[in-house]
Design a binder for this molecule. Sequence first.
Ligand code: 5RP
Length: 225
Amino acid sequence: MNIKQLAAEKAVDWVEDGMMVGLGTGSTAVYAIRKLGERVQQGLHIKAVATSVESEKLAKEMSIPIIPFAEVGQIDLTIDGADEVDPDLNLIKGGGGALLREKIVAARSRQVMIVAGDNKVVKRLGAFPLPVEVVTFAHEWTIEKLASMGCTPVLRKTESGEVFVTDNGNYTVDCHFKEILNPARMHRQLNDIPGVVDNGLFIGMASTAVIAYNSGTIEILRAGK
Ligand code: 5RP
């Protein structure tokens, strides 16, 4: 079993009968959705909300009851991946292109559990290019403003060379900062740029991180500890 699967399946142990569960996006979250689906097929009763069209499709294939966000009250537990996790459990997310819905679902969740291999744990955020979701209108100008923040911005393209469009109809700009010294300030400054919808910094949102190592060990990191 690889480290993504190890972390993701461990996190599913925290899901209890009757919970409203947030389903993340990305290759690690896929393992959590599959495992959760197996538990549902064995009789676990939950409802879920997905953070992307892709995750929703997989959840439905796995017989997980999906409800629209408008009908969601409080979400008990969201299980999601991350591109980087720092010692305060601040995150970079959005490598998989779903940061906006992921952030909305995280904000509605009592508990956000991050699942990742130890390669995602960093001392300081920023080596991974920070994804920023921008509206298509005037995106060239928004990209210039992002560059003025001290990064090299790259408009995300698909493998076939088309501009990548998010589930919300926006573009994603990957901002190469190398390191982000003050993530909370950077988060505010980026979201102040007209045309920016949101950015992939998740500050103070994760409550727990389930980190798996190649040795098969699992470490549970908790925010504020
Ligand atoms: C998607 C995300 C993903 O959780 C993040 O990119 C990690 O993905 P993976 O598990 O495939 O490494 O934020 O928007």
